[in-house]
Design a protein around this ligand. Structure first.
Ligand SMILES: [Zn+2]
Length: 130
């Protein structure tokens, strides 16, 4: 394999997707070629960085936010009724939208049924609702 071919195959090699023979050839080339070694090192650094980002930063951020929330709750008790009020408001909205859906759904269903029947009769096809 040429240097260019190996450069093109480095990503697959790094992902463990190169064949055994190809991998051996790339390993030998990388040991001798500074440019390919640097490219491979950048893959390793990128991969390690992404793993670190996922493994460390996300849980730390979540834990930090949870901790901050807990502290805010301890320091400002007046926030709790507000949270309850918001939860209650959300519940009311959910119930109302459920009622609205139940109220208007049959009308919508009937008009859709009418459209289907109209389309079917205009095509000269029975819709099966005799
Ligand atoms: Zn090379």
């Amino acid at each position: 394999m040429t240097h260019d071919e190996i450069r093109a195959a480095l990503s697959a090699y790094f992902d463990g997707q190169a064949g055994l023979e190809q991998a051996a050839e790339i390993t030998a080339h990388v040991a001798a070629c500074r440019e390919c070694r640097d490219t491979l090192d950048s893959f390793k650094a990128l991969s390690a960085g992404v793993k670190e980002e996922l493994a460390v930063k996300a849980p730390a951020g979540l834990a930090g936010r949870a901790l901050a929330r807990a502290r805010a709750g301890q320091e400002r008790r007046s926030r709790v009724p507000l949270a309850l009020a918001l939860a209650f408001a959300a519940l009311v909205v959910a119930l109302l939208s459920g009622i609205v859906a139940k109220k208007y759904m049959p009308t919508m269903f009937a008009s859709v049924q009418g459209m289907i029947n109209g389309a079917a009769s205009s095509l000269g096809v029975s819709s099966g609702n005799k």
